[in-house]
Design a protein around this ligand. Structure first.
Ligand SMILES: *Cc1c(COP(=O)(O)O)cnc(C)c1O
Length: 392
């Protein structure tokens, strides 16, 4: 194979160029312009919600959600350990305190441990949940790699203990339940807030960008207001709250409107390519293609191979570099956030699966442009390498 096979790169096969040129021609390149509101409407229609606000990044979406959830200095927010650090940093922007929770086999937050933490480590006073006397305000649930967290269990716990649920659906645009209590509900539309990202490697991209929705449409209006410097008067510069410069630009939104036209096709390809890998890894001893939650239709954004311990002779880096030499881009799952320098001293709760998966998950190319032939090549090379490492 002569061509390098990337992990996940943008796909601009549609109207991207046309709409971006149109936005430039209109001179509306900043936060005012037709594409911004068009993208908001299209996301709302796609997600079947009333109101969506677009913003500069998934990180802003998360930050605005925490603000709106009332998370402030000293509050506790329960967060995942195995995730991208952008899901946790906004907790610190609000001077709140994270407690790191374990994942289940979906890589998403383990509801059983979440419940036992609330029962055993906290005290419910009839109004608020307290941990060491401090209020536990919210949970950040990340739908890792396009998988759906166990929202039925998590929402029950959140209701019981009056916790706000912020869904980090940055990797899961298009993932939905196909049965059960939340049948037909999309990731990000079940909790109090849902956050999306359109960064370069996400299922759709605006270069940088994000969106946020909430179960209360009036709250989304307020989030949008905060994202535009909290300007209250159309003619005078009157601001009655501290706002942010978080609004998406028309240039970004033009890209986003074109990408939304292609989203169903991107999801179809990701799902089809996942099935191809699944057939190729079926019965392979040294690596297992991880499944997505039953009862859901996932966007299958990223594919994960769980590598047998005996193949990891030195480190995951060795595997990543060896595959790179064969023209294949792969990556390790994230380092645990509670082990990162700014979070070393924070509280953790029964972390078992998070470190287990952190040490043995390899993401393989899931880019929408990948061909069937390339998938076969990737699977063959990954299997050949793992076999040779296991045999020593
Ligand atoms: C991408 C991502 C984010 C942040 O999105 P940005 O748009 O890059 O700010 C947050 N959480 C998770 C899990 C992500 O993958």
């Amino acid at each position: 194979m002569g061509k390098f096979i990337p992990l996940s790169i943008p796909n601009f096969e549609g109207n991207e160029k046309k709409y971006v040129v149109d936005a430039i021609a209109s001179t509306y390149v900043s936060t005012v312009g037709g594409y911004v509101s068009k993208l908001e409407k299209e996301l709302a229609v796609f997600l079947n919600v009333k109101n969506v606000a677009v913003c500069q990044s998934g990180t802003c979406a998360l930050h605005l959600s925490l603000i709106e959830a009332g998370v402030g200095p000293g509050d506790i927010v329960i967060v995942p350990s195995l995730t991208f650090i952008a899901a946790i940093n906004p907790v610190k922007y609000q001077f709140a305190t994270p407690v790191f929770m374990d994942c289940d086999d979906s890589f998403c937050m383990d509801p059983i441990k979440l419940k036992s933490f609330c029962e055993e480590k906290c005290r419910w006073d009839g109004v608020a949940l307290k941990h060491n006397g401090v209020i536990v305000k919210a949970i950040v649930v990340v739908h890792v790699f396009g998988n759906m967290a166990d929202m039925e269990s998590i929402m029950d716990i959140a209701e019981q203990y009056n916790l706000k649920v912020i869904e980090d659906a940055t990797e899961a645009l298009g993932t939905k339940y196909t049965r059960g209590k939340y049948q037909d509900k999309y990731a990000g539309t079940i909790g109090d807030f849902g956050c999306y990202s359109f960064n370069g490697n996400k299922i759709i991209t605006t270069g940088g960008g994000g969106a946020v929705t909430a179960n209360d449409p009036a709250v989304v209006d307020h989030l949008r207001f905060l994202s535009t410097q909290a300007k209250t008067d159309p003619h005078y510069y009157i601001h009655d709250e501290i706002g942010y410069n978080y609004r998406m630009t028309n240039l970004q939104a033009a890209l986003g409107v074109a990408q939304m036209e292609e989203l169903p096709e991107f999801i179809r390809r990701k799902q089809q390519n996942y099935e191809r890998y699944k057939n190729l890894f079926d019965g392979f001893d040294y690596g297992t293609l991880m499944p997505f939650r039953e009862g859901t239709s996932s966007n299958k954004w990223f594919y994960s191979i769980k590598i047998k311990r005996s193949c990891i002779t030195t480190s995951m880096r060795e595997i990543i570099l060896a595959l790179h030499d064969r023209g294949i881009e792969t990556r390790a799952i994230w380092g645990l956030i509670n082990e990162q320098k700014p979070y070393e001293d924070e509280e953790i709760y029964k972390l078992e699966k998070a470190p287990y998966y952190a040490s043995r998950i390899l993401n393989i190319p899931s880019t929408t442009q990948i061909t069937e032939e390339e998938i076969k090549y990737v699977a063959e090379e990954v299997k050949r390498l793992l076999r040779s490492l296991a045999d020593g």
